[in-house]
Design a protein around this ligand. Structure first.
Ligand SMILES: *[C@@H]1O[C@H](CO)[C@@H](O)[C@H](O)[C@H]1NC(C)=O
Ligand SMILES: *[C@@H]1O[C@H](CO)[C@@H](O)[C@H](O)[C@H]1NC(C)=O
Length: 379
């Protein structure tokens, strides 16, 4: 498609053709300034790979492996595979970096199905493998009726030996989170239930785990396969649990037939840089953003790509920020964006908060996780 033709094509999609104006296609933003706000943490729990979602007037953070600190300040046992915690907003609307609540139980926040070595809080099995039920994305809030907030998280059921999965494209559990806004216990976390421990079957695409967002009442769910294909599904936000309502982006159109894992027509090129990250809509830029890390990267190098439509075309990801890496062999990962932490609680201003997990070695070869939160002003 020639450049001129593609401009005309997009102006048609955006309704610009009727006025004769040519709409500008999304471009990747560049950085005006950055500032490190601090470490998102609570005093008592060492938490890996956290992401945030807005629940009511607070941020809910869900994290991977979590553990207490010993009396020497070094993280100690037990490890539990996921945890959740709250943070507040300061009076000026900026996010507090202090996490609180959810530290007591020392059991996985995302409950283990009984057949996934649930006898261990880390999902450790007798044969030395482990069910690492780790969230890749924060909960997707699908409704808030003023009294109850409903959200969902998709977690791929990786069974790992070391860090190698036994099945490259495992099944995916769908979890539902429910929170009463009138709860009397400020520290209580949303309750979690398992909708289906194999919502997506083994050797199919784990839609929702790689990234997700709700736009105009529709939930858009990205999945990434072990071969690097990024695929997209959509469903009405109120019908997330109903597989029969899903549509899938296949060969340039929406269809209700779920494609196979290796379908050659489902990849959305440049929807992400290959690693973990966050999709969101910028109402300031009137375009979709993805912020995260490159594939096979363990450094805090942040990439951004943008598109007019979630189905693309997406621009080539561009690197916009490098944070300080930790001194562990896997020094930085789980790069995230936090649109819900912006003062408007949505990306209606030309800025974003980003974070990553910095992994440092302390004590006797133990990982200490910190979560630097960085404010980015775009040009
Ligand atoms: C790694 O970083 C941690 C945390 O800053 C520090 O305590 C430790 O001494 C560092 N280790 C090495 C080998 O530099
Ligand atoms: C530290 O732990 C990592 C991960 O378990 C391991 O790969 C590495 O060999 C360990 N290093 C030392 C010095 O024990």
């Amino acid at each position: 498609m020639s450049l001129v033709y593609s401009f005309a094509f997009f102006s048609l999609l955006l309704g610009g053709a009727s006025t004769g104006t040519i709409s500008k296609r999304a471009t990747n933003p560049t950085v005006a300034s950055t500032s490190v706000i601090g470490n998102v943490a609570d005093a008592s729990i060492n938490r890996d790979s956290c992401g945030s979602s807005l629940i009511g007037d607070r941020a809910l953070w869900t994290c991977r492996d979590s553990q207490p600190y010993g009396s020497n300040g070094v993280p100690t046992l037990p490890i539990w595979s996921s945890s959740a915690s709250w943070s507040d907003f300061n009076l000026d609307g900026t996010p507090s970096t202090t996490l609180y609540g959810g530290g007591g139980s020392m059991t996985p926040y995302f409950t283990y199905p009984s057949d996934y070595c649930s006898g261990s809080t880390a999902g450790s099995c007798d044969d030395g493998t482990r069910y690492a039920l780790w969230p890749d994305s924060p909960p997707l809030v699908t409704s808030n009726d003023g009294s109850t907030v409903t959200a969902y998280t998709w977690i791929r059921n990786y069974r790992i030996a070391g860090l190698s999965p036994e099945v490259a494209d495992p099944s995916t559990t769908l979890y539902k989170l429910t929170y009463s806004l009138s709860t009397s216990d400020k520290n209580a976390l949303p309750t979690v239930s398992i909708v289906n421990e194999r919502f997506w079957a083994e050797n199919s695409i784990g839609y929702g785990a790689y990234g997700n967002l709700v736009q105009d009442g529709t939930a858009y769910l990205f999945g990434k396969t072990s071969s690097g294909t990024v695929a997209l599904a959509k469903v009405a936000a109120g019908s997330v649990e109903d597989l029969s309502q899903y549509q899938y982006w296949v060969n340039g159109a929406w269809t209700s037939t779920q494609p196979s894992l290796n379908d050659g027509t489902i990849n959305i090129q440049n929807a992400g840089a290959g690693g973990q990250g966050t999709f969101y809509y910028s109402s300031y830029a009137k375009s979709f953003y993805w912020v995260g890390q490159a594939g096979f990267s363990v450094s805090a190098d942040f990439y951004v790509t943008t598109a007019d439509s979630l189905t693309g075309p997406w621009n080539s990801p561009s690197k916009f920020y490098s944070g300080t890496n930790g001194n562990y062999s896997l020094g930085a990962y789980s790069l995230q964006a936090h649109p819900d932490l912006l003062p408007s609680r949505s990306a209606s201003t030309n800025e974003i908060y980003i974070s990553y997990t910095k992994n440092d070695v302390v004590g006797d070869n133990v990982s200490l996780y910190t979560t630097p939160l960085i404010h980015v002003a775009w040009n």
